[in-house]
Design a protein around this ligand. Structure first.
Ligand code: MN
Length: 339
């Protein structure tokens, strides 16, 4: 552990000066979690648990932060009166950190944070207004491809659908094992979507082959990538406090291998990441600790990519105090069009 442990900061790391290499963005957003409570407390619990994570990362071969400047931003505290106004606030909050000079790592909060994050990435220099360039890699128990849930099109159960509506070029999913007929058909019909179901990758007989194919798909990626990790993609035993824990999910090391492989893809640049559906309960700290370890692995993956020339700043350093475009996309779109 660091000598100068700072409470509330990721890994307890001291705040850097003006230079920021990685920003950790706590997003305690909760409106639509199906059952279970507590995703609003998840980011703070994850930050507290991160104090127990070993700084040494064997894949990086160094202690975090490995000479880089990690800034933990104030938690988002939107108070908009409607779900859509809160999504706009999230987009506005995230946009200044999507300018290409830093790596943004968000901690949620519900998976509903994904569409505003994708909206904010439009202005990233590698996207330049064309979200068709972006691949989203999603670890999740759920496909999140519903058109709506209980009448709400911005439910967390629709996060991937709304990201496709925004125009992302490709969606790669792994760990999926709880989904509807509508979602199964969407996966079948939409060429942009590739899903590796948990039933395939976790099979006692043929799982190793399926897993190897998943890693090959990741290694072959090119262009900008956003990594979204719904922690319920992991087996329920690892994340019992998350909103909807589901048995039969990924092992911890499969999540780590996914992270390391996507950041290691030679022709791809991971420009941003989020970990979401972090929550706590009174029985065990394992959920937030699992999330904190995966956040540390994500940061290490980025720092290794940076050290090995797969990431470089695409705009000038902007420091800690920034502005960006205001988001009004979500208030304006009552019923987003289906592709
Ligand atoms: Mn999800």
């Amino acid at each position: 552990m660091s000598d100068e442990y700072v409470e509330g900061n990721f890994l307890g790391l001291p705040e850097p000066g003006d230079r920021v290499d990685v920003v950790v963005l706590p997003l305690p957003y909760e409106l639509t979690t199906s059952y279970g409570q507590g995703t609003a407390d998840g980011p703070a619990a994850c930050l507290a648990a991160s104090g127990q994570v070993e700084l040494f990362d064997e894949h990086l071969g160094a202690d975090l932060p490995a000479g880089s400047s990690i800034h933990t931003e104030q938690a988002w505290s939107g108070e908009g009166p409607t779900l859509r106004s809160q999504l706009d606030e999230l987009g506005t909050h995230l946009a200044p950190w999507c300018s290409g000079d830093v790596f943004p790592l968000a901690l949620g909060g519900e998976h509903g944070i994904l569409p505003p994050f994708i909206w904010a990435l439009q202005n990233h220099p590698l996207i330049d207004g064309d979200l068709g360039r972006l691949t989203v890699v999603q670890i999740d128990a759920h496909a999140d491809l519903r058109s709506e849930l209980d009448g709400e099109v911005y439910s967390h159960a629709c996060a991937a659908s709304r990201s496709l509506d925004l125009g992302i070029g490709r969606l790669l999913q792994v760990g999926v094992r709880a989904y509807s007929k509508e979602e199964a058909e969407r996966i079948e019909d939409d060429d942009r979507i590739t899903t590796f179901f948990a039933k395939q990758t976790q099979s006692q007989n043929t799982g190793a082959d399926a897993w190897q194919r998943w890693l090959e798909v990741l290694s072959d990626l090119s262009g900008p990538v956003h990594l979204t990790i719904d922690i319920d993609g992991l087996d329920a035993s690892l994340v019992p406090a998350t909103g909807t824990p589901v048995p039969g999910g990924l092992a911890f090391w499969q999540a780590v291998e996914t992270i390391e492989t996507v950041f290691g893809a030679k022709n791809a640049t991971v420009i941003s990441a989020d970990l979401n559906e972090i929550a706590t309960n009174d029985h065990s700290p394992v959920t937030e600790f699992t999330a904190a370890m995966l956040a540390a692995k994500t940061m290490a993956g980025h720092l290794k990519a940076r050290a090995e020339g797969r990431w470089s700043a695409t705009c000038e350093e902007r420091g800690k105090v920034r502005t960006g475009p205001a988001c009004d996309y979500f208030s304006k779109t009552d019923s987003p069009s289906q592709p």
